[in-house]
Design a protein around this ligand. Structure first.
Ligand SMILES: [Fe+2]
Ligand SMILES: [Fe+2]
Length: 254
């Protein structure tokens, strides 16, 4: 296509792609999921990309555009170098700490939205729980999984109302899907219900830009309650290691 025939956004896309490849010296690729978010169901053709980048190979490791990760990354490394924002998590955990909740519950609050800040919003409670499952007490990952559903249902016994924020975000007519309602019913009768409920109680919806909480305040709680693998997250052969590797190397060709 000639330059003249390209729209501005096509030119911007091409420039971005060019810069991306130069930075890496290797060809970084976008997985299908990244395109779905732009409303496109398509896959970048490997041979086309090779033809456009003579002499280059596909990226099979770290993407140099992203903050460099250590060889044996810890949860804290992911917090600092891969999580797009941690203010909400830190504020929730601080709230739980001030309320005198158990370390397990504080950890659950600290990690409850890591699915959102590192990966994907949709079903984030499930993704987040799965990521940390091999490294925490079962009660912590269970609570994070269940906060996905519980946040839509009030519990007056602990002063939790349906969040006003959700009316603003989803409209007054939004109702959770049947699978969420089913999950809520299961969680409601579970022995760890209150742990998951405490995540919703300490989930601060109105982000306060002045309340600064440092991750260091939770180093000890993480140390005592998150079983950091000596090989580094991703290199330790658990059912979620591949997920940590994908966060580390999101543009790896295969
Ligand atoms: Fe959440
Ligand atoms: Fe949250």
């Amino acid at each position: 296509m000639s330059q003249a025939a390209m729209t501005l956004s096509e030119r911007a896309d091409e420039l971005e792609e060019q810069m991306m490849h130069e930075l890496n010296q290797k060809i970084a690729t976008k997985s299908v999921l990244f395109g779905l978010a732009d409303g496109k169901v398509e896959i970048q053709n490997g041979n086309d990309l090779l033809a456009k980048n003579p002499g280059k190979y596909f990226l099979m490791g770290a993407d140099k555009r992203l903050p460099e990760m250590p060889e044996k990354p810890t949860l804290i490394d992911f917090f600092r170098r891969r999580f797009a924002s941690s203010a909400h998590l830190l504020q929730s955990a601080k709230h739980a700490l001030k309320n005198g909740l158990s370390e397990k519950t504080i950890l659950a609050c600290l990690l409850h939205d890591i699915g959102v800040v590192s990966f994907i919003r949709c079903d984030h409670g499930y993704w987040g729980a799965q990521l940390i499952e091999p490294y925490v007490d079962e009660e912590v990952s269970w609570a994070i999984r269940m906060h996905q559903a519980l946040r839509f249902f009030p519990d007056e016994s602990v002063g939790y109302k349906y969040p006003d924020q959700y009316i603003k975000l989803f409209g007054p007519d939004y109702r959770p899907e049947p699978y969420i309602e089913e999950e809520y019913k299961r969680a409601r009768n579970h022995k760890w219900y209150m742990t998951a409920r405490m995540i919703t109680v300490n989930d601060i919806y109105s982000f306060d830009p002045n309340a600064k909480v440092e991750l260091e305040e939770f180093t000890d709680i993480i140390g005592r309650n998150f079983r950091q693998p000596k090989e580094g997250l991703g290199w330790d052969n658990t059912p979620s290691s591949h997920m940590w590797r994908t966060l580390n190397w999101p543009t790896r060709f295969l």
